[in-house]
Design a protein around this ligand. Structure first.
Ligand code: PEP
Length: 253
């Protein structure tokens, strides 16, 4: 099965206008394999600037804009929040949902994550749904249980048939920003579990869902990770702030 491959950059609360301009001109030089999309997710204030800089350079349509979060409501008295319509007005087509930092620092439950995925899908945005276990959960052999508990509320909320428009990012929490990457074999084993979990509900959907690996991916380890059968690209944090290194990762997908 020739699935879509995706490399997404999560800048988190880093970067600014200078990085927008460097990244757009570097991405203009990147050579991507067929069927690969690159999604850059800067902070909210820089989305419009990224969009404008991409249009000015006529950047490839394979390079898309993503947000790092959204509010599940359409509009109203939600101070500090951003809606799907606002994101779309500035050119966003993907949105990261349920990143482990949002789950742990901002107490986002899997039920709220499911509402956000539903809001994104209803608006026509592609959610990048993040799931992953903590170090102690892996040590206690609870990884599969944790991933299932994060996936199931989303499946129940939106329906499995909608997963043709969902991207899943498996991000072991212990590997995020730590320099400790899951070995390609360990990552593959967990990706296979995720695909099989979906396949038990609907096999035809499972073969289509892009599964990204995230957690200390860099220019040195990306090739081996992306070579695994069930790894269809990556969600990249730290290394996505370095334009040249990010280009190497994009070219490896
Ligand atoms: C992330 O935050 O999604 C991430 C994968 O970060 P890093 O690549 O820095 O581990």
């Amino acid at each position: 099965m020739n699935r879509r491959a995706i490399v997404a950059a999560n800048w988190k609360m880093n970067g600014g206008l200078a990085l927008v301009s460097t990244m757009v001109s570097e991405l203009n030089k990147v050579t991507l394999n067929d069927n690969v999309a690159v999604v850059v997710c800067p902070s909210f204030p820089y989305l419009a600037a990224f969009s404008q800089a991409s249009s000015a350079l006529n950047l490839s349509t394979s390079i898309q804009l993503g947000a790092q979060n959204l509010n599940e409501n359409a509009q109203g008295a939600f101070t500090g929040e951003v809606s799907t319509a606002m994101l779309q007005e500035v050119g966003v087509s993907y949105v990261i949902v349920g990143h482990s930092e949002r789950r742990s620092i901002y107490n986002e439950s899997s039920e709220l994550v499911a509402e956000k995925v539903a809001a994104a899908l209803n608006a026509g945005l592609t959610p990048i749904l993040c799931i992953g276990e903590s170090e102690s959960e892996r040590a206690n052999e609870q990884t599969e249980q944790v991933l299932a508990a994060q996936l199931q509320p989303v499946i129940e909320r939106v329906g499995i048939e909608k997963f043709t428009d969902v991207v899943i990012a498996y991000e072991p929490v212990w590997a995020i920003g730590t320099g400790k990457t899951a070995s390609p074999e360990m990552a593959q084993e967990t990706h296979q579990f995720i695909r099989e979990y979906i396949a038990k509900i609907d096999e035809s959907i499972a073969v289509k869902v892009p599964l990204l690996y995230g957690g200390s991916v860099n220019a040195k380890n990306c090739e081996q990770l992306f070579a695994q059968a069930d790894i269809d690209g990556g969600l990249i944090g730290g290394a996505s702030l370095k334009a040249e290194e990010f280009n190497v990762i994009c070219s490896a997908a």
